[in-house]
Design a protein around this ligand. Structure first.
Ligand SMILES: *Cc1c(COP(=O)(O)O)cnc(C)c1O
Length: 430
């Protein structure tokens, strides 16, 4: 399996090279050259397969011969060591809970898979790799946790000071070992800009192999295909048209869902639900793509003003807006609407959502209004406990803190505050 750059000016590379480089040398995102659908029988007989078997079938062609099958199977087995329950909320509405992993964010699966691939690659690679990642909240924690102790890999995380929740911050800053956290005076966009600049900086790249663990990295992004098929497997009634609502920021997760569809998963519609950072819903309406600086919201992992994976989605639809709109519905929601939905879910169905999941629910309900024949599934992407300051006042109650979070809260924060790119650069060169 080979990957091409979506900027079209780089050499084609295999899975290993694409994962280690993160971005192609022409700064384009890597994309599989060829996608071979799985046989219909795979989806018809989905209930016969374990989650690990499903995941192996979905991802094997994209890894190619870079990792021997028995090792890939083991990587998958270790990656998927928790549940992905589909919870029925009301008729035709179910929540796919993706937050039962070690950092309670859906990014655990991608991060754990990527880290294990790197651990395998580094057995035969004497050079250190530095994973440089900007986070608006959950990526950093999942990446830090996934890569903790992986030999040959240093992880540097940049996060916007004061703009991530307390629990998220603890998850980023308390691990030590090969994980370093930088607290940036600025926004998530500033963090992302610094990371991008470092990737382009020859002073650094001539000395260090940098890679990213954001969803632009294929090894982080592609495993997210699994979720959509796990949801399908759990549906009692598979005969209705299926609509997936995905709370979206960088649009990696929803794009992975579209990859699963390319492989044969029956999906009628994808719904990209966003907070007020509404670049994509606006684009679908006007046909004009206008990136903007991000606005801070209570669903902070989606505070993205220029979603990096959208170019992959456009590529999947041959850059054709008309065909894209046949498969993608998108709507944005305010913090006020999100709070109301969160409270409604708790009061009416006794279902506790987090702000991101609540936005997914809102997007799904909006679509189902005129598409009453569908079975809707919204993705619950983070545990509500990670947003205590938003959720507890709304439900007027306490959320029980899960053990993996309790543990991290007792640890000491260790981070360095930086304001400029020069500070990051000097650290990377030191
Ligand atoms: C990252 C994240 C999202 C957005 O996912 P994308 O793949 O960037 O669209 C949504 N919810 C939570 C909790 C996240 O951490």
């Amino acid at each position: 399996m080979y990957y091409k750059s979506l900027n079209g000016k780089a050499t084609e590379v295999n899975f290993k090279v694409a994962a280690i480089k993160g971005l192609a040398e022409d700064k384009g995102l890597y994309f599989p050259k060829k996608i071979t659908p799985l046989p219909d029988s795979f989806f018809k007989n989905i209930n016969q397969f374990s989650n690990s078997e499903i995941a192996f079938k979905l991802i094997a062609q994209f890894v190619g011969d870079c990792i021997p099958s028995p090792i890939l199977k083991q990587i998958i087995e270790e990656t998927l060591s928790f549940d992905f329950p589909l919870i029925n909320i009301e008729p035709n509405v179910a929540a796919l809970e993706l937050y039962h992993g070690p950092t309670m964010a859906f990014k655990d699966v991608g991060a754990r898979f990527m880290a294990r691939c790197f651990s395998y690659f580094n057995k035969s690679n004497p050079n250190k790799v530095t994973v440089l990642v900007a986070t608006s909240g959950d990526t950093g924690g999942a990446v830090a946790n996934g890569f903790l102790g992986v030999k040959g890999v240093d992880v540097i995380i940049l996060y916007p000071k004061g703009k991530v929740s307390d629990i998220q911050e603890k998850q980023l800053t308390t691990l030590g070992q090969n994980i370093t956290a930088f607290e940036v005076n600025g926004t998530f966009d500033d963090c992302q800009a610094m990371v991008k600049k470092a990737f382009l900086d020859k002073d650094i790249t001539s000395k260090k192999q940098l890679t990213s663990a954001n969803s632009i990295n294929i090894a982080r992004w592609l495993p997210q295909m699994f979720y959509f098929v796990f949801a399908f497997k759990q549906l009692a009634n598979k005969s209705k048209p299926i609509a997936f609502a995905v709370p979206s920021g960088n649009f990696g997760n929803i794009c992975a869902g579209m990859m699963a569809q390319k492989l044969g998963l029956p999906v009628k519609m994808f719904i990209a639900a966003t907070n007020v950072n509404a670049v994509v819903p606006n684009y679908l309406q006007t046909g004009i793509y206008t990136p903007k600086p991000s606005t801070q919201t209570i669903a902070n992992a989606m505070d993205v003003g220029d979603p990096s994976n959208f170019i992959r989605i456009q590529h999947l639809f041959d850059n054709n807006l008309v065909s894209l709109k046949e498969m993608l519905f998108s709507e944005s929601f305010t913090d006020e609407e999100t709070r109301t939905a969160l409270k409604y879910l708790k009061d009416t169905f006794n279902y506790l959502a987090d702000p991101h999941g609540a936005i997914g629910y809102l997007g799904l309900k909006s679509y189902l209004k005129t598409n009453t024949d569908c079975q809707g599934i919204f993705l619950e992407t983070a545990h509500p406990v990670k947003f205590l300051d938003v959720v507890e006042p709304l439900i007027q109650g306490k959320i029980e803190i899960p053990d993996q979070i309790k543990e991290v809260l007792t640890k000491e924060k260790s981070s360095e505050v930086i304001s400029t790119y020069a500070e990051l650069k000097s650290y990377l060169l030191s």
